[in-house]
Design a protein around this ligand. Structure first.
Ligand SMILES: Cc1cc2nc3c(=O)[nH]c(=O)nc-3n(C[C@H](O)[C@H](O)[C@H](O)COP(=O)(O)OP(=O)(O)OC[C@H]3O[C@@H](n4cnc5c(N)ncnc54)[C@H](O)[C@@H]3O)c2cc1C
Length: 401
């Protein structure tokens, strides 16, 4: 049996490792467009403040099992072949696609070079930010967007001695996961305690390079100077190379069933490039977080090896430990719909959303308690209408539900 894995990060590595654990003699080829062996994208923000790449960043794949610096450009599911940019044609019995996502980079008006404007998705992006900021310690860094990644990057830059200014188009920070009340609480806490400022309801109009740095003119005509601009405007699954293949996409990602199988029986997918069922709204969507990529890749690898493994529908969630505060959200968390219950203290906030007694969403800020329990009960649709106080104030024991 020959396995081909396309991708160079956690889902690709997890599938490789799982297959090797099942049978170390399996013939596996990993194709990655990266220069490096698989590494953790989640650790990238931490590298900004450190001079050396941290230990634990890379994952070991035998050199003879991996092709680096080459990318899959075409999949032919009839001949079961992957074609690469460098002209290789590799046959498979089972294919695993873990091509993840790329950061969106809007084209801004202005007069600037690529070097001054970065996203954070791979090691080269971090190297760019480090080069740009190396000569201007103590100045501003400008973040466009105040989402999960830009908050992590801003926190890393604050720890490295920078002041950070966020330009936020929406009326609140973390608008994808927080409601107005919790967003304002987090914003006030950060601005009070750190050299950080959020400029909301504003966007970039023009960028120019100036005085060894960059100057951003906002739609409000205000000008901000900084060393570097880091843009966090969302991500897009890497599925373009599937054009012309029989593998179908849905809502941006590869459409996979409960066995992580695409519509083609020999092609599997997982992680940031796969659209998988979600229990909160019964839709299929991409769940772009680390633990989901790991668990989905394990299930996919087992199924590819013939060990039938059903993967439970996901419940979207996010964990964000930044600026000394921890935020954990799940499901419908940025809206107030169905039955909403809230509790708040200084720098602490809990909100749960129930529909017919089933947990559809939550926000936990500060002491996030036994946060795994919230995902556990939401995924399994366990009725918790009689446990509202425990969900809001106490800690849950999932064995007693
Ligand atoms: C800066 C940052 C911080 C994050 N922080 C958190 C966090 O705190 N918590 C959390 O849960 N999640 C976090 N995430 C999200 C998490 O890292 C992703 O969910 C996870 O990396 C998804 O893994 P993946 O293997 O599916 O895809 P990716 O990590 O996107 O990897 C895809 C890989 O495939 C390669 N590739 C793409 N196309 C091709 C091709 N055609 N041929 C060959 N190779 C290809 C890419 O180069 C890449 O190496 C963060 C992500 C980033 C970028």
């Amino acid at each position: 049996m020959k396995f081909v894995i396309v991708g160079g990060s956690i889902a690709a590595y997890t599938a490789y490792k799982t297959l090797k654990n099942i049978d170390s003699s399996f013939d596996i080829k990993v194709i990655s467009k990266e220069r490096f062996k698989p590494y953790s994208k989640m650790l990238l923000p931490y590298l900004i403040g450190s001079d050396e790449l941290s230990k634990g960043l890379f994952y070991e794949v035998e050199s003879e099992d991996i092709i680096l610096n080459d990318k899959a450009v075409k999949i032919d599911t009839d001949s079961k072949t992957v074609k690469t940019n460098r002209g290789l044609s590799i046959n498979y019995d089972k294919l695993f696609i873990a091509t993840g996502a790329e950061a969106d980079m809007p084209q801004y008006n202005g007069d600037y070079s690529d070097a001054s404007v970065a996203v954070v998705r791979n090691i080269e992006d971090v190297e760019k930010i480090k080069r740009q900021t190396a000569s201007c310690k103590g100045k501003n860094a400008v973040m466009v967007g105040a989402g999960l990644v830009t908050l992590e990057v801003g926190w890393a830059l604050v720890k490295a001695g920078f002041s950070v200014i966020y330009i936020v188009r929406s009326n609140r920070i973390l608008s994808q996961i927080l409601d107005m009340e919790s967003s304002e609480m987090v914003q006030k806490y950060i601005e009070r305690n750190f050299p950080v400022k959020f400029i909301k309801e504003s966007d970039v109009e023009f960028i120019e390079e100036k005085d060894n740095g960059v100057c951003v003119r906002l739609t409000t005509k205000k000008e901000i100077n900084g060393c570097v601009i880091v843009v966090g405007k969302g991500v897009k699954p890497n599925v373009d190379f599937l054009e012309g293949s029989s593998i179908k996409t849905l809502n941006g990602g590869m459409d996979v069933n409960g066995y992580m199988q695409t519509n083609n029986k020999d092609a599997y997918a997982a992680g940031d490039a796969a659209a998988f069922e979600d229990v909160a709204d019964n839709s299929k969507k991409v769940h772009p977080i680390w633990p989901v990529a790991v668990e989905q890749a394990k299930s996919a690898a087992k199924n590819m090896a013939g060990i039938k493994t059903y993967h439970m529908p996901e419940f979207s969630r996010n964990a964000l430990p930044v600026f000394g505060i921890t935020i954990f959200t799940g499901g419908i968390s940025n809206k107030n719909q169905f039955d909403v219950y809230k509790a708040s203290l200084t720098n602490e906030y809990r909100k749960i959303i129930l529909k017919n007694g089933v947990l559809k969403g939550f926000v936990l800020i500060g002491d996030i308690g036994n946060f795994g329990a919230y995902t556990h009960i939401a995924k399994r649709k366990i009725k918790v209408g009689d446990k509202i106080n425990k969900l809001l104030y106490g800690s849950l024991n999932i064995n007693r539900l």
